[in-house]
Design a protein around this ligand. Structure first.
Ligand code: SF4
Length: 343
């Protein structure tokens, strides 16, 4: 049996068959594919279910505000995914009359959708014969085909696409795509793959040549730049001041406490706005890692005796901490708010 036939047969008995987006329409397949980027299935499932309950169709998603969409994305990270999803829904509502486009090229034009995601949608929703190459598949193919070099390099990626195309079966394409995803997630994991249970171990080059731990070749290590920032947690009673961030950049469109380069800048802003307060309280510094840098966050909590008008500009709002936790906030802000609730 060839690679695809063995994977499909294995998927039938050992694969995942009860994921909430399996057998769904193109909209839900698209949503799941976007949520699954950089995120594990177990994390995605409750987010997916809440999202679909609030936005059951593309029209509902297009009609929502960006803020509503980001509030549903809050905690899932990589928020550009949520913004792109919303922008794409609006394009579909306008240009495609609310119907998910049927052509691969049209899908590829939508924001946030690359070649592999567009192919996965076509294959899973319409059983079109298309190869995918997400992170899991790159790992499986680098090992199975014995392809050295980091998949982040263009030439290596091109080799992997070539293999992905060459191994495509003529039929059962949706089962095959799901099988690749399941194999990557449940057997051919990054560390400690279960080669003993793998249906393709007999001709897997990495396994047969004892190179499983070397492949795929890791991305050349770069030192991750470190940055520091101070968040000013201005409290009045149980209310906290939040500001809406600009639409693009880190946490674009989400709500955060006022942010400064350091404590001196935070205090300077505080004084300039004529605020009166009890002493500031430094909460524990913590770190948040982004793809390209590590951010060390120092929260400074200040309890105000009155709400200053100067701090309530358009684009800012006071919210009870409990309500703020339900708003479109990024994960580190959620951690700070939970800390405030506990303290
Ligand atoms: S034999 Fe091991 S390394 Fe090769 S594809 Fe299977 S799980 Fe991955």
């Amino acid at each position: 049996m060839d690679f695809a036939s063995r994977l499909i047969a294995w998927q039938r008995t050992h694969g995942r068959h009860d994921l909430p987006w399996q057998g769904a329409d193109a909209y839900q397949v698209w949503l799941s594919e976007i949520m699954l980027q950089q995120t594990q299935v177990s994390t995605v499932i409750p987010y997916f279910q809440r999202f679909v309950a609030s936005f059951p169709a593309i029209a509902a998603l297009a009609a929502a505000t960006e803020e509503q969409v980001l509030a549903h994305w809050s905690g899932l990270g990589y928020y550009a995914r949520g913004r792109n999803l919303h922008a794409a829904a609006r394009i579909i509502a306008g240009k495609h009359h609310g119907k998910f486009p049927r052509e691969f090229e049209q899908i590829l034009e939508l924001p946030g959708i690359g070649r592999s995601t567009a192919a996965a949608i076509c294959a899973l929703a319409w059983h079109e014969r298309r190869a995918i190459l997400d992170g899991n598949v790159k790992r499986v193919l680098a090992r199975y085909c014995g392809i050295a070099g980091s998949p982040s390099e263009k030439v290596v990626e091109a080799q992997l696409w070539q293999q992905a195309e060459a191994l495509l079966p003529q039929r059962d394409i949706a089962a095959y795509i799901q099988a690749q995803m399941d194999l990557g997630a449940t057997l051919c994991m990054r560390s400690k793959p279960k080669c003993g249970e793998c249906p393709v171990s007999s001709d897997c080059i990495a396994f047969q040549s004892g190179r499983v731990s070397e492949l795929p070749t890791p991305r050349p290590r770069k030192t991750v730049p470190e940055r520091h920032t101070t968040f000013l947690l201005l409290m009045h009673g149980n209310d906290i001041l939040l500001e809406k961030r600009p639409g693009s950049g880190i946490w674009g469109g989400m709500w955060c406490p006022p942010q400064f380069d350091d404590e001196a800048a935070a205090k300077d802003w505080f004084m300039r706005n004529g605020m009166v307060a009890s002493d500031g309280d430094r909460l524990e510094t913590f770190s948040h890692t982004f793809t390209h840098f590590k951010l060390h966050i120092s929260p400074l909590k200040i309890q105000l005796t009155s709400k200053p008008l100067s701090a309530a500009q358009p684009g800012s709002m006071w919210l009870d901490v409990g309500e703020a936790l339900r708003a479109a906030i990024p994960t580190p802000v959620r951690s700070m708010l939970n800390e405030l609730r506990r303290g």
